[in-house]
Design a protein around this ligand. Structure first.
Ligand code: SF4
Length: 893
């Protein structure tokens, strides 16, 4: 066995991992004790990375089709790249370079990002290169630049240990950045005086931990921050010396916030004026570390939200010292690296701006090209709009899944259908975007390629290949280089002289010389010894942990700028037809569009289907009960999901997880509902709010299926059923083997041909191995396959009450003999006490909620739960939920 160090490929915490390999296969993963971000810890997602590496569903060979209607066929790399080069050349010749576009990803290495950017802006001469980081971090970038002058997070994770107040805004850190939340828990244990303020419309597990939870109404953050500044002004909690010496724009901001008294703002935000006052006092007392994420970023005024929060830091002197900083949490593992190389439609290498002629000239000189085009490129939403209009004719998508993740999915699917040529560079062949690919280029992924990534605290880590990529998959940067060499052989031979990721890194490094993120003192050799924070200029012996300690900012005047924007409401107001606020966000055990986590069966144990959370009052108004199927409609589309009551939401609000797309549910997924309105500057769309209506979905026909096998292949097999039904939820269960779970509901029975195809795919068509029960008048049919005395597949039509229980029987590999009567009998209830073991709260140790609830009812506290059931003793990701269950019990007592 050998061990290779690398970085987790999920969230922007950037945890170090040690990848264990045996005979060319990834066999295990553990946290790297030497990595400063996580010090050996991993959350549920990181700890199961090796399982995602072993899963099937990978893109293994280049594939190509010349007609949209034909299936893709396997071709050689030469044939695939020659075809794409010819197609791109033809489009550029006929329609100009802006008729092609690249939509790339915050999951690429910095090196791959750099090469893509140079290909588009340097070789092809289009700025149409944007990334899924636009959906995630561009408002944070805009906020930093508008106030501090550069896209440079001033703080670091160690500030958690020095803070007197931690102000979490728009982030369910306990779910989205669990390892950072572990650090916050540890800091609070070490310092009981450390205050935690959480601003979030929902009472999340993060908010549940807070000393003060400001459950603001959706989108009212700017009003809140202005009101907090108003309090600071009245109570003389501002740092007048810092304001005078190091900022500008104070007078305008002071005039703006004069009207935002806590009393006036309280009804706007839906929080008590006294809570606003308390938040302002704790914030100003400091040292205050703000941690913020998509609640601020994914907004039609995301820049204002970010910048007005930074106002508070500047006005109260909470910046540039230990424990005091506005630290934006990055959603993706390398959104920061992408920004460093300028891999967005409005940026250039090393934090240069496309609209700055000097910056364009500098980059042209560094790249050895005549110039860089001045016309800004199309950003994510604009790009797919332009594809739909036919303005962009060929699009290259790399390492991202726009057919799930962009807002207004109807529009995105139309655009992909319209494009003349869709190239998909992907590790996974089964994403929602894959069916649209005319050319599929198999890419290496986590554990298979070299490079670097930068996390939320400006810390650059080496990413190492632990095993070779499977099949003919290649490293992302290599694919781009090889394409460039075909597209324009003469020029590319000069511009793309790369024979390793290190050569690319060294070129990128040189572009940073003299810039705010200068890394000329770094090398692969140094990074192999330990991750380093930027800036790290030549001659330095260490990176800078905190920025702006001297009060000098990278602006023309050297002063930070206050941002005096007024509060603006959400883009889509609720009304009589769409009366509910819909919020979307992350769950603990899934990540983004599930192309990777959706392959790990145990990651479905915490939440196995998309569920709409609603306040119980809104459910009663609609005569809904938990588990009912509901139709959620916005002005753009609809989704049919189950509903649950949640006391984390106020009346009038509802929440859907962001992860489920058309591969795992019916329709086009959650983003059929979201709107493509974006911030005017950052161009980041408003995922965090849409006006919706919710009504019971009357779908009398029900079916459920279960099957043991290869998860990715079984999910492939059920795709036609997902398309055929109004409601569908497909997923996986199990720990040691994959078990497909499928629930369907529709207005009428599905055609027999579809059911027969499903039976064949699940092995339920073999009369020798399958028990069958049929009650035609009642529309009930059950087929159960037993192999070696164990149930291995089942289809329940018309009556599905035993689904949860039967799933557990299959997952546990229980003996089927005593269960035959229950499985096939015309009963709607499982055996007594057999309702299924329930949701798994502790994924590491496989501890389910009902067992925890029983222990709590018997008097267990957190320590007793950990001692007896062992839950929360491994990665700790479930500890906030255990605490919530404990406090729910206390409240009920
Ligand atoms: Fe990966 Fe979890 Fe660390 Fe994020 S917190 S980098 S998902 S292990």
């Amino acid at each position: 066995m050998s061990v290779v160090s690398s970085v987790c490929c999920y969230c922007g915490t950037g945890c170090g991992v040690l990848i264990e390999t045996d005979a060319g296969e990834i066999t295990g993963v553990r946290g790297d004790p030497a990595h400063p971000a996580n010090r050996g810890k991993l959350c549920t997602k990181g700890a199961t990375l090796h399982l995602s590496a072993q899963a099937s569903g990978r893109a293994l060979y280049p594939e190509l089709r010349t007609h949209r209607e034909s299936p893709r066929r396997r071709v050689s790399w030469d044939a695939a790249l020659d075809h794409v080069a010819e197609k791109f050349r033809a489009v550029i010749r006929e329609h100009g370079p802006d008729a092609v576009a690249f939509y790339i990803s915050g999951q690429l290495t910095t090196e791959a990002y750099y090469v893509f950017n140079k290909l588009a802006k340097g070789l092809i001469r289009t700025n149409n290169v944007d990334t899924n980081s636009r959906l995630c971090m561009s408002s944070a970038v805009a906020g930093y630049k508008a106030t501090l002058g550069a896209d440079a997070p001033p703080g670091c994770y160690d500030d958690i240990d020095h803070a007197g107040t931690i102000f979490i805004a728009g982030s369910n850190t306990a779910y989205a950045h669990p390892i950072l939340f572990r650090r916050i828990e540890a800091a609070r244990q070490a310092n009981p005086n450390l205050k935690l303020i959480v601003v979030d419309p929902r009472r999340t597990d993060t908010a549940n931990e807070a000393d003060l939870h400001l459950a603001i109404l959706p989108g009212t953050d700017v009003a809140l921050y202005h009101a907090m500044l108003n309090v600071m002004l009245w109570e003389e909690l501002i740092d007048r010396d810092t304001i005078a010496a190091h900022t500008e724009g104070w007078d305008a901001l002071r005039e703006t916030v004069r009207d935002y008294t806590p009393e006036k703002v309280a009804p706007i935000c839906g929080v008590a004026a006294t809570d606003i006052v308390q938040a302002a006092r704790w914030f100003a007392a400091g040292p205050t570390l703000s941690l913020y994420c998509q609640g601020l970023n994914q907004s039609s005024c995301g820049l204002d939200k970010n910048a007005t929060l930074i106002n508070l830091h500047l006005a109260s002197g909470q910046i540039g010292k230990p424990g005091a900083a506005p630290l934006s949490l990055t959603g993706q593992p390398n959104a920061m690296g992408g920004r460093e190389v300028g891999g967005l439609a409005n940026l250039l290498s090393a934090h240069r701006d496309l609209d700055n002629p000097e910056h364009r000239a500098e980059v042209a000189r560094l790249w050895g090209v005549d110039d860089v085009p001045a016309t800004p490129g199309k950003t994510a939403v604009e790009m797919f709009d332009a594809v739909k209009r036919g303005e962009i004719r060929a699009i290259w998508i790399a390492c991202t899944n726009p057919a799930q993740s962009l807002p207004d999915q109807n529009l995105v699917h139309e655009a992909l259908q319209t494009a003349e040529c869709v190239v998909l560079q992907e590790a996974f062949a089964d994403t929602e975007t894959a069916p649209y690919a005319d050319v599929l280029l198999p890419a290496a992924t986590w554990g298979e390629q070299d490079g670097t990534m930068t996390n939320s605290e400006r810390c650059i880590s080496r990413v190492h290949a632990a095993v070779p990529p499977p099949g003919e998959a290649r490293a992302d940067w290599e694919i781009v280089r090889d394409f460039a060499l075909r597209l324009d052989p003469a020029k590319a031979a000069r511009l793309f002289l790369y024979d390793s990721a290190e050569v690319v890194f060294n070129e990128h490094r040189e572009t940073t010389r003299g810039r705010d993120l200068d890394i000329t003192g770094l090398s692969y050799a140094l990074l192999d010894r330990a991750p380093q924070q930027w800036p790290f200029p030549e001659g330095a012996t260490a990176g800078r942990t905190r920025l702006y300690a001297d009060g000098v900012y990278p602006t023309a005047s050297g002063r930070a700028h206050f941002h005096a924007a007024p509060y603006k409401p959400v883009a889509e107001a609720i009304d009589a037809r769409y009366p509910l606020h819909l919020n979307t966000g992350r769950l603990r055990d899934q990540w983004h569009a599930m192309s990777r986590t959706g392959k790990v069966a145990r990651l479905f144990a915490h939440a196995d289907a998309p569920v709409l959370s609603m306040n119980v009052r809104d459910m009663e108004l609609r005569r809904l009960k938990a588990g009912d199927l509901v139709r959620v409609k916005s002005r753009r589309g609809e989704a049919v999901v189950a509903v649950e009551a949640s006391d984390s939401l106020r009346p009038g609000q509802c929440f859907l997880p962001m992860h489920w797309g058309a591969r795992f549910m019916g329709g086009l997924g959650v983003n059929a509902l979201t709107l493509p309105v974006f911030d005017a500057v950052s161009k980041q769309p408003e995922f965090k709010h849409a006006a919706v209506q919710v009504a019971k979905a009357e779908l009398p026909w029900r079916m459920a299926a279960l099957a043991v096998g290869d998860g990715a292949k079984l999910l492939d097999a059920v795709q036609p059923l997902l398309r055929a039904c109004d409601y569908a939820a497909a997923g996986l269960a199990g720990r040691d083997r994959d078990v497909l779970t499928l629930r369907l509901a529709h207005t009428q029975p599905l055609p027999e041909s579809l059911l027969a195809a499903l039976d064949a795919a699940l092995g339920l068509d073999d009369p020798l191995a399958v028990m069958h029960y049929q009650d035609k008048p009642r529309g009930i049919s059950k087929r159960v396959r037993v192999d070696g005395g164990k149930v291995t597949a089942a289809r329940l039509t018309g009556e599905t009450a035993i689904f949860d229980w039967l799933r557990d029987v299959i997952v546990e590999g229980a003996d089927a003999t005593p269960l035959r009567a229950w499985i096939l009998a015309p009963v709607t209830r499982p055996p007594a006490g057999g309702a299924g073991r329930g949701r798994v709260v502790c994924n590491c140790l496989n501890v389910a909620e009902p067992d925890i609830v029983v222990a709590i009812a018997a008097g267990a506290d957190l320590a007793a739960l950990q001692a007896t059931l062992k839950c929360g003793t491994e990665c700790g990701s479930c500890v906030p939920e255990l605490k919530r269950l404990l406090s729910a019990r206390r409240a009920a007592a």
